[in-house]
Design a protein around this ligand. Structure first.
Ligand SMILES: NC(=O)c1ccc[n+]([C@@H]2O[C@H](COP(=O)([O-])OP(=O)(O)OC[C@H]3O[C@@H](n4cnc5c(N)ncnc54)[C@H](OP(=O)(O)O)[C@@H]3O)[C@@H](O)[C@H]2O)c1
Length: 369
């Protein structure tokens, strides 16, 4: 497998690279990204490797991520070849004056405002994949899906998707879209890595059953899984810069995670690969995963990460990594594990199906099957 091996995204015909390029680090506005020159080099290298899938959002680095990305795509003359994903939801405080509750959220008014801003910053007249960035707790799914449908019909957007939403909300929205003939969601962008496997309880099945390809964000847990941080020592990078942040996504220095990092280090030594490559390879091969969004602040990091697909992790090492990072058993998921399911099926195995037929979904934290 390589970056120029394209997969169809979810239940769509859109072909995307198994490694997407994340651009949340394009720009230094947040204190941990790269200057334009380095970002250009990163973009160029991704292009040269055959990558076609680019991820940004309206608010990344105060809009500079979209601006830079738009410029690079324009100047490289690759708009037709590239699949650009962007997102809306977070409030745009740049308008100044009074805070405006309608310049954030997933309601039609904000989505139609946000899409114009993204198109302008990107300097394009369409976005290939437009994602709802986070659940806002108020907008009904009908309003979101009908707005997506309007955007696709208007030609401003090619496909739609979700990020950071409750599974029940995405399932209801998708079912309504199917029922009413609206544009469906084809992607689910979620945090997933060896240290963050909670999505396996609900979202893997959601993605597989309802035709959404999982796009993985923070596959290296913001750099933790590259191995450059050591317990009790200061390191250089985003996690160090954000160690006092209240955002849980940056709180990765825990006892449990250090154990996973140690197992990953061993696996990397045994395969002769870097820790980042092994961590990316592991997540890229998980069920339901369509594409892994890699991030890099330096060209050397991207070079390392681009080597993550061309090898197979030996079964025994993958099993060891699975075991050390396994999510804990939780209610009600243990009802779907071997013990309680054994009380359901009268001795038959749930997996008794001829090859080629739909196999049952495995749920993490359900106990052994
Ligand atoms: N939908 C969402 O809510 C959401 C949230 C977050 C991200 N995203 C998307 O996902 C993309 C990737 O997320 P992420 O940046 O958090 O991914 P990540 O792979 O977990 O972290 C990337 C960071 O780790 C460090 N790094 C990467 N490769 C390395 C290597 N080989 N050796 C050493 N350090 C390395 C770099 O940071 P330092 O140099 O600073 O250490 C790099 O910026 C983002 O750009 C964005 O497009 C989406």
């Amino acid at each position: 497998m390589s970056v120029d091996h394209y997969y169809t995204l979810g239940r769509s015909g859109l072909r995307v690279s198994r490694l997407a390029l994340g651009t949340m680090t394009f720009g230094t506005d947040w204190g941990w990204g790269s200057e334009e020159k380095e970002a250009w080099a990163i973009f160029d290298r991704y292009l040269e490797a055959g990558g076609n899938f680019l991820d940004t959002a309206d608010g990344y680095t105060g809009g500079n991520s979209e601006r830079m990305l738009g410029k690079f795509v324009r100047e490289s003359g690759t708009r037709d070849r590239m699949v650009i994903a962007s997102k809306f939801t977070f409030n745009d405080a740049s308008a100044g004056g009074r805070p405006n509750p309608n310049s954030g959220g997933n309601q039609r008014k904000n989505v139609l405002r946000a899409v114009e801003g993204s198109l302008k910053r990107l300097g394009t007249d369409y976005i290939d994949l437009y994602l709802l960035h986070a659940w806002d707790q108020v907008t009904p799914p009908e309003e979101v899906m009908r707005t997506f449908d309007d955007l696709v019909r208007s030609g401003k957007v090619r496909h739609a998707g979700f990020s950071n939403v409750p599974a029940w909300y995405a399932a209801r929205a998708q079912t309504l879209a199917e029922l009413r003939g609206w544009e469906p969601s084809v992607a689910l962008q979620l945090e997933y890595s060896l240290v963050e496997r909670n999505i396996e309880r609900e979202y893997t099945a959601l993605a597989q059953q309802l035709g959404m390809g999982i796009m993985v964000w923070s596959p290296l847990a913001s750099g933790l899984l590259s191995g450059k941080y050591k317990a009790g020592k200061d390191g250089a990078g985003r996690l160090q810069a954000m160690k006092d942040s209240a955002n849980p996504a940056f709180q990765k220095f825990t006892e449990r995670n250090w154990k996973i990092v140690a197992a990953l280090e061993q696996a990397a030594q045994q395969t002769g690969r870097s820790m980042a490559q092994v961590a990316l390879n592991w997540v890229a091969n998980r069920p339901g995963v369509a594409s892994v969004i890699v991030g890099a602040t330096k060209l050397s990091q991207l070079d390392d990460n681009l080597g993550a697909l061309d090898f197979q992790l030996p079964r025994e090492l993958a099993d060891r990594l699975d075991a050390v990072s396994a999510p804990e058993q939780q209610y009600p998921y243990y009802f779907f594990g071997a013990e309680l399911q054994g009380m359901v099926h009268g001795g038959a195995s749930v997996g008794d199906k001829p090859a080629g037929y739909h196999q049952p979904v495995r749920i993490s934290g359900a106990g052994a099957h």
